[in-house]
Design a protein around this ligand. Structure first.
Ligand code: NAG
Ligand code: NAG
Ligand code: NAG
Length: 385
């Protein structure tokens, strides 16, 4: 046989083998560290997980650890809550980790807060908790300890035995005045006891997206008055908002004055609620995102002027009249039926997605809403306390 095709066959064979190993669902090693020692990800799915595999992650900057949904209760017995964390200080200070994600676990609150206390000695900047159930009562916050100096905190689908008081507890373990970005998605309770929460003086971004059960009434409970004095970006994507006017009332009640407000992926109504008072938008607001909101007309009660107004991927069937729109520097209307219809037909003959009545550019993202819809059902059952 000619050597060239032979070599080709061999190469193909090798490629297939390595592709198989790469896509295999259960890697033998639960942890994988990349060649640059930057990213390390562990997924402990095995019933008898080899936890020591995580040791290789001590050199990584981005660390993700998922615990296969198991309870971490057994670890609590190994942690001495009275132990002086200073005995770990040198070790923890040597860690390169800047971004840590912990997911898929049932964690006793004393263990979680014990870990946060030790991580306070690290150079961690971003912490993400995902799919976690925090059980039991949180221990009292240590007096005089310096706290975790993170700038970004993200929580997705984290439930707390402490209910709505969780944010107040968690805040006591953070170094005051450093947090800039707070994301809370798929929350089980956003009804915070505001009197227990201290101000977040450096927080510029609050993202409460993907909380379809929140609603406009819940918004007032989540936006504790005067606790977010530096807020610039408020994201409320897929958060059960009904009308821009209703959100405006919520902002006014909470005294929150964002520069940018994202209301995309809510099914918004164009007409204001009958009972709601007219609302004055914060003068700081210069960007409003109303894309993917199912709007058939430009909603009433928008701010009088804006730098950016995104009305893309709605159901506007005619061009808005100037008197319906605020004074806008940067208006986006793409992906609305009135524009799609006017465009030259594409090679396929039809630029519209006939099923959804949406422009193709908008259809893919719309799928994401479909998935969030399933979430809405789950969250609806749980309810918001
Ligand atoms: C939320 O987290 C729990 C574990 O606490 C998990 O069982 C559940 O599947 C997660 N839900 C979603 C929608 O991911
Ligand atoms: C508005 O929101 C959509 C969907 O969340 C996003 O794709 C788009 O970039 C946003 N527009 C602006 C101007 O930020
Ligand atoms: C308008 O907004 C779009 C999307 O955010 C951005 O790419 C563009 O640069 C903006 N244009 C102006 C003039 O601000």
């Amino acid at each position: 046989m000619d050597p060239a095709p032979c070599a080709l066959l061999l190469l193909l064979h090798l490629l297939r083998v390595s592709a198989d190993t790469l896509t295999s669902p259960l890697p033998r090693e639960p942890c994988e560290l990349d060649d640059e020692d930057i990213r390390c990800a562990c997924n402990f799915l095995d019933p008898q997980p080899d936890w020591s595999s995580a040791l290789q992650c001590t050199v990584a900057v981005d660390v993700e650890i998922r615990a296969g949904g198991r309870s971490l209760e057994p670890f609590l017995q190994r942690v001495d809550p009275e132990a002086d964390p200073r005995q770990y200080v040198d070790l923890v200070k040597a860690l390169r980790v800047r971004r840590l994600t912990v997911g898929a676990a049932r964690v006793p609150a004393p263990l979680l807060f014990g870990v946060l206390r030790v991580l306070a000695y690290s150079r961690l900047r971003e912490l993400t908790l995902e799919d976690i159930e925090v059980t039991g009562a949180p221990p009292p916050a240590p007096l005089g300890a310096s706290g975790l100096g993170i700038a970004t905190l993200r929580l997705r689908n984290v439930s707390w035995a402490a209910g709505g008081a969780w944010l107040a507890h968690l805040q006591q373990w953070l170094k005051p005045g450093l947090l800039q970005v707070l994301n809370i998605a798929q929350a089980h309770s956003l009804a915070f006891p505001c009197e227990q929460i201290r101000s977040f003086p450096a927080l510029t971004t609050l993202d409460l997206s993907d909380n379809p059960g929140l609603g406009e009434r819940g918004l007032v409970g989540a936006l504790c008055p005067h606790k977010f004095p530096a807020l610039q970006n408020l994201a409320l994507r897929n958060a059960g908002m009904e009308t821009p006017n209703g959100v405006c009332v919520g902002l006014a009640t909470a005294g929150v004055q964002p520069h940018r407000l994202d209301l995309s992926f809510n099914s918004l109504r164009a007409t204001a609620n009958a009972g709601y008072p007219e609302c004055l938008w914060p003068s700081s607001l210069n960007s409003l995102n109303l894309s993917f909101a199912g709007l058939e007309q430009v909603p009433q009660g928008l701010p009088a002027r804006l730098n950016v107004l995104d009305l893309s991927c709605n159901r506007l069937s005619r061009a808005p009249r100037p008197d319906e729109l605020p004074k806008v520097g940067n208006l986006s209307l793409e992906g609305n039926p009135f524009l799609v219809g006017a465009e030259a037909p594409s090679a396929q003959g039809n630029t519209m997605n006939s099923e959804s009545g949406m422009a193709p550019a908008c259809a893919r993202s719309h799928l994401a809403v479909g998935m969030s819809g399933t979430l809405a059902v789950l969250q609806g059952i749980r309810g918001f306390a």
